[in-house]
Ligand binder design. Structure first.
Ligand code: G3H
Ligand code: 13P
Ligand code: ZN
Length: 332
């Protein structure tokens, strides 16, 4: 089965009131954990690689790992460049087999963002590849770019229509209060649950999302920085020698609500990192004599599979029980 683009996935997701999970991949076990979970639930999935992933694992390894997953699992998979920093990186992914790219020029002015995005769209569309662009800025860290809390900027609904029509992009990442990484909010931005002591973050700006939806109806919206920082994995890490204090993410009920709206793609990376780290740390604490990587990486892969199954079933809603999904899976 060949790699697919995201156009059909997003159409079904929009109509069906669910979202497709876009999971970051950096090595074989992460690819396996995600795709085994998606296949078990008959869910389409987007596997995405950042510039950092390409630097770490090399482009060819990533493409071939994802193609291997296609041979093993019978589900639609799109291969996407996450946060493409420039035209050259996008071009290299388009030429090198990706079916979707993101050009992230959200740090530039409105006009420069349009200009740079349009250049990528023209090249990508000429090669049958779809493009995600971004308007607004999230707090947090992506590769070498760090946006301090307080310097993030919500997407301005009055700009989206012009941005989409002038760039020709296929989907739009927006900023409505999500943030990258495992520390999405400072303790000062949150309240603290008096019983559990866990931080409760400020709610997402669904009012901004609704305004955006009104301006560009039927257009697929993307949510970055959407890990929930699941406390189960944070606790396993901390109980097994880790030190993650006040790690906090986006509550799952808010992501479920977003998935039912125009949000068609939800990006998850930090939760995968936490799940894998939890499995490896737990294993080492229980088996300090082990030194075969297969013994200690496999539990990390198992937790990734458990996590992704949970996301698909309980948060994204993209499992095969959605009628629209069966069309998509059967069409492959
Ligand atoms: O949004 C950023 C993703 O989590 C990728 O992170 O650039 O460290 O690979 P990375
Ligand atoms: P998280 O850090 O919340 O997992 O976000 C990942 C992301 O947006 C990748 O582009
Ligand atoms: Zn992101």
């Amino acid at each position: 089965m060949p790699l697919v683009g995201t156009k059909e996935m997003f159409k079904k997701a929009y109509e069906g009131g669910f979202a497709i999970g876009a999971f970051n991949v950096n090595n074989m076990e992460i690819v396996q954990g995600i795709t085994e979970a998606a296949a078990a639930l008959k869910s389409p999935v987007i596997l995405q690689c950042s510039a950092g992933a390409r630097k770490y694992a090399k482009h060819a390894y990533l493409v071939h790992l994802v193609k291997a997953a296609l041979e093993v699992e019978d589900i639609p998979i799109a291969l996407h460049l996450d946060h493409g920093p420039d035209f050259e990186t996008c071009k290299s992914c388009i030429d090198g087999g990706f079916t979707s790219v993101m050009i992230d020029k959200s740090g530039l002015s409105f006009e420069d963002n349009i200009k740079e995005t349009k250049r990528v769209v023209e090249y990508a569309h000429a090669h049958g590849v779809v493009v995600e662009a971004e308007l607004g800025t999230l707090a947090g860290i992506e590769d070498d770019v760090k946006v301090e809390h307080g310097n993030e900027a919500y997407t301005r609904p009055e700009e989206v229509e012009e941005f989409v029509s002038r760039t020709g992009c296929d989907s739009l990442a927006i900023a409505i209060g999500t943030s990258h990484g495992a520390y999405k909010f400072t303790p000062e931005q949150c309240t603290r649950d008096p019983e559990t002591g866990i931080l409760v973050p400020p709610p997402l700006r669904f009012d901004v999302l609704a305004e955006i939806e009104k301006k560009i109806p039927n257009f697929p919206i993307v949510l970055h920085g959407a890990s929930s920082v699941i406390q189960k994995y944070v606790k396993i890490i901390n109980d097994n020698g880790g030190k993650l204090k006040d790690a906090v993410g986006i509550p799952e009920d808010q992501l479920r609500k977003a998935a039912k709206s125009a949000v068609c793609k939800i990006n998850i990376d930090s939760d995968l990192r936490l799940a894998m780290t939890a499995g490896i740390r737990e294993h080492f604490m229980q088996h300090p004599d082990h030194f075969d990587p297969r013994q200690y990486i496999a539990p990390g892969r198992d937790y990734i599979k458990e996590l992704v199954e949970h996301k698909i079933k309980d948060v994204l809603g993209s499992d095969g029980s959605a009628p629209a999904i069966m069309d998509l899976v059967n069409a492959k």
